[in-house]
Design a protein around this ligand. Structure first.
Ligand SMILES: C[S@@+](CC[C@H](N)C(=O)[O-])C[C@H]1O[C@@H](n2cnc3c(N)ncnc32)[C@H](O)[C@@H]1O
Length: 161
């Protein structure tokens, strides 16, 4: 199995690589931004892109059977959230699945005038099941509840997007 990771935080990748005690190669990844980098573990089984996930595309690594959004989409406002969903759909194989670990909260707790729903600033933005359904369109959305997070499981239709 190959694992591909994406995050824009270069420093986090630097620390991760140094703590891993493993050998990594570093190359430019201009498709994800002018400063973006690709770190590849020596055996080629783990690739970490330090760059803008909204620029990710099938040109880079083809398509995936499974994608895990680990507290990422709540970084994005409504416009970028739609871009994120479009990108995910472009790199998901037919029948593939997306596991989203996200947070949803009652936005009415944000009383400041600047923090009015539906898209209060700054992040984390609340990620409700309804908001996920609206941006992912023809996906089946299943919700698994835990005490502190909502986990969303999306099953892709096998038809073209
Ligand atoms: C709440 S943190 C989650 C980090 C990590 N996945 C975890 O679970 O610990 C949100 C992450 O989204 C990343 N992020 C925000 N905007 C991004 C973008 N446009 N492209 C890639 N990563 C982004 C941030 O750098 C941050 O690490």
């Amino acid at each position: 199995m190959e694992v591909i990771g994406v995050d824009i935080a270069h420093e986090a990748f630097k620390q991760f690589r140094s703590r891993s005690g493993q050998d990594w190669t570093e190359t430019a990844a201009p498709k994800l931004g002018p400063e973006a980098k690709l770190f590849t573990r020596k055996d080629g089984k783990i690739k970490l892109y330090a760059g803008d996930v909204l620029k990710f595309s099938p040109d880079l690594e083809g398509a995936f059977d499974a994608i895990n959004d680990c507290y990422g989409i709540h970084s994005f406002d409504i416009e970028k959230r739609q871009m994120f969903a479009t990108m995910i759909k472009s790199v998901l194989n037919p029948g593939g699945r997306v596991l989203m670990e996200e947070i949803a909260y009652d936005t009415s707790i944000l009383t400041d005038e600047n923090f009015k729903p539906p898209w209060p600033v700054p992040p984390p933005y609340s990620v409700t099941v309804e908001s996920v359904k609206s941006i992912f369109g023809r996906f089946t959305v299943a919700q698994l509840k835990t005490r502190v997070v909502i986990i969303l499981l999306l099953c892709a239709f096998s038809s073209p997007w």
